[in-house]
Design a protein around this ligand. Structure first.
Ligand code: HEC
Length: 429
């Protein structure tokens, strides 16, 4: 809990689980025990972020060859993580680890390190089709989902990659749990899933602006048919990372640990707006718009149907504000922790990201609450749950409460262990 935040943390590796304690740095104020536990989870989240975003080639984070020390990250390396489109295949067949599926239309543009991005509806529309997010250049924000090998293996070993496989699966879905090494057991990673958000950086040429983002060269595939108006077609875009969700199932957190980071210049929070403490430029908010501005956190007008330019039709730009959702003591603790970690990453693209908070089960073995009493109650990322920020129960954003409703495609539906990934499986031919 009182671990000093020093450069050796940049190479300490990815935690197999959280290690938390109610006693620690926070000794006064309301609820110091909760605040210390929260700090343990948030510390775990920062170590996770650093490890996952370290260069795929094993170098230290921030020492990559691109501007701002950027590099292709561990989670973009197909040896470590697979995008959902490589797991839930269109024909419901068994996926093979390590096999990169490049659509024919993308092949002429393909090259080392490029990511393949399949534009299903979830790639531009937020959960439950609540709407797309439009950046200040008028581009659609894009969303992608990935998983690690323990999660992939569980899906493959249990035949959960097709509708028929899920129908045949007779027991409860239980993804593997991560644990630290102990005297009588080795450590291993649990199931990890990611959801990331990007803004399109083309045709931005400013090196200063580019060096503020982790970037990826993406081949964006429009499948056509039902999924997109145009296609099949493929376009190349430079993407900048703006949001980063991690779910990790761990020992003492069978409801998973929910980590959320975002880019520091996505949007101001409600206090910044009230006090006029605004940056000159945000990814998803205009500080200069005075008249005729879109309503705050409002969904763009229909149709939501990107063409190959990925520009939103008309001049609508999202006007996003970060709602204050987490309790003051958590906010203070996270702000305190972000400072030294961002300090460690100074001069690199990674200093431009902040932890929002970690949501964790405060009573993981509760007999009455299957969600295990999520703490904090609400958590949202301004780029990933833009339209469900707020404290109104049900309509509001709780990672665990919303993911707790996810099911398999078994009839009748069974719980899918907090992931929507299984809903994406297709019928095997
Ligand atoms: C209102 C419901 C809702 C809330 C709140 C929510 N999510 Fe999700 N999340 C979804 C849906 C639905 C998907 C699947 C993608 C899609 O279909 O758009 C998803 C996908 C994900 C994925 C990829 C794996 C999967 O299950 O598909 C991760 C990781 C994730 N969310 C993390 C989080 C975190 C962290 C939070 C809290 C900060 C959160 N989510 C809040 C609905 C929600």
């Amino acid at each position: 809990m009182a671990t000093p935040i020093t450069p050796d943390l940049l190479t300490s590796g990815q935690p197999c689980q959280q290690n938390v304690n109610p006693k620690g740095l926070v000794t006064s104020g309301p609820g110091p025990e909760m605040a210390n536990l929260q700090r343990g989870f948030d510390f775990y989240s920062w170590l996770t972020f650093i490890a996952m975003n370290s260069p795929a080639d094993g170098k230290v984070i921030g020492q990559g060859p691109r501007p701002g020390g950027d590099a292709r990250t561990k989670w973009e390396d197909l040896q470590n993580y697979r995008p959902l489109a490589d797991v839930m295949l269109g024909d419901g067949s068994k996926p093979v680890w390590g096999k990169r599926d490049v659509p024919d239309e993308c092949k002429p543009m393909d090259g080392p390190g490029k990511i393949i991005f399949r534009l299903g509806e979830e790639a531009f529309n937020q959960p439950f089709k609540t709407g797309p997010l439009i950046d200040q250049d008028g581009n659609y924000a894009l969303f992608d989902i990935l998983m690690n090998k323990p999660m992939f293996d569980y899906i493959v070993d249990n035949g959960l990659y097709s509708k028929q496989g899920q129908e045949a699966f007779g027991t409860t879905v239980e993804f593997p749990i991560g644990n630290s090494p102990g005297p009588d057991k080795p450590g291993h990673m649990g199931a990890i899933m990611l959801k990331v958000s990007y803004r399109i950086l083309d045709p931005i040429k400013s090196a200063t602006l580019l060096s503020k983002f982790h970037t990826s060269d993406a081949l964006i595939y429009f499948p056509g048919g039902k999924a997109t108006k145009v296609g099949p077609a493929c376009v190349e875009k430079k993407l900048g990372l703006v949001g980063f969700h991690v779910g990790h199932k761990t020992d003492r957190a069978p409801q998973w640990v929910w980590t959320s980071f975002e880019h520091v210049s996505n949007a101001p929070d409600t206090d910044d707006v009230a006090s006029g403490n605004l940056l000159p430029r945000y990814n998803f908010f205009s500080a200069t718009c005075k008249t005729n501005c879109p309503a705050r956190n409002d969904t763009p007008p229909q149709p939501w149907d990107p063409d190959l330019t990925l520009k939103f039709e008309g001049d609508y730009r999202s006007q996003v504000v970060r709602e204050k959702m987490i309790p003051g003591f958590v906010q203070r603790e996270v702000t305190d922790l972000n400072k030294p970690f961002r300090g460690l990453l100074k001069g690199t693209v990674w200093e431009n990201y902040m932890l929002l908070a970690t949501q964790w089960p405060s009573a993981h073995d509760s007999k009455t609450d299957p969600l295990g009493a999520p703490a904090p109650t609400y958590l949202a990322n301004t780029t990933l749950e833009t339209y469900s920020q707020g404290k109104v129960p049900l309509a509001s954003s709780s990672c665990m409460a919303c993911h707790g409703n996810a099911t398999t495609q078994h009839v009748p539906a069974t719980a899918s262990d907090f992931t929507f990934i299984l809903e994406k499986a297709q019928k095997a031919h």
